[in-house]
Design a protein around this ligand. Sequence first.
Ligand code: HEC
Ligand code: HEC
Ligand code: HEC
Ligand code: HEC
Length: 157
Amino acid sequence: MSAFKDAGHLLRFAGLFVLAFIVFLVVRRFVVPKSFGEYGHYRGAAIAEIAAHPAQFAGHQACEACHSDIADAKSKGKHAHVNCEACHGPQLKHADDPSSGVPPKPDTATLCVRCHAASAARPKDFPQVDAVAHANGVPCETCHKPHDPALGAGGTQ
Ligand code: HEC
Ligand code: HEC
Ligand code: HEC
Ligand code: HEC
């Protein structure tokens, strides 16, 4: 029994661990949200909260219903598959009620380079330019129509 002669301080130490574990369980009970785990390692109630956020985007079908001239021009050009709100931003409010205000015209100085600035991170066959050398300060829309940007047949000016 001499091995356990001085066990007192070991037991006190073990007691501290047990106490800390109990405190952990108590705190955990209060800080872990009720719906956590309902659908796995996730707070279940977050789904309803996210769904309750007001929508911001109208979707291109809505835009095309009123702006059919632009939809037409766009469908024939290289931007056929770039959706309206990718360039014009979320416009549900405008689409629901155009009299609530017209969207501002996008500033091509910042818009076009977002997708077309030359970058090693883009796929090699995606059209990209070194904007400074390419445009030399001339606004992109001087040469490219935003809704049908390719030059040449049908596209110029
Ligand atoms: C219910 C019809 C309607 C819908 C839907 C609609 N618009 Fe409009 N839009 C208008 C009207 C009316 C105007 C103001 C008249 C004009 O300049 O054509 C306008 C103006 C604009 C303008 C400004 C035009 C300018 O000359 O400065 C932009 C940009 C625009 N809309 C983009 C959109 C986009 C993007 C969508 C889809 C999210 C959309 N619109 C959906 C009716 C609509
Ligand atoms: C690639 C980006 C891009 C896409 C995609 C795009 N637009 Fe535009 N749009 C622009 C820019 C840039 C202007 C402003 C041109 C200017 O300053 O003259 C503009 C102008 C407009 C205008 C003002 C009238 C005009 O012709 O200048 C309307 C209305 C409009 N867009 C609606 C739409 C609708 C509807 C769609 C989808 C069918 C759409 N746009 C898709 C970039 C885009
Ligand atoms: C949201 C991304 C996006 C924005 C913003 C955007 N584009 Fe594009 N652009 C595309 C895509 C996608 C294509 C089609 C690429 C393909 O065919 O491989 C394209 C094609 C083009 C082409 C045709 C290149 C060729 O193949 O000859 C030109 C020119 C062009 N865009 C110019 C512009 C200009 C100018 C603006 C600003 C008004 C602009 N783009 C804004 C995504 C974008
Ligand atoms: C002075 C006229 C002019 C201006 C301004 C201009 N471009 Fe161009 N762009 C051209 C010509 C010419 C071509 C080659 C013909 C073509 O591919 O359609 C071209 C081609 C492109 C291409 C296709 C490149 C490829 O590899 O196929 C993209 C993308 C492009 N321009 C984007 C832009 C952007 C973004 C701006 C604004 C920063 C801009 N351009 C301003 C004349 C211009």
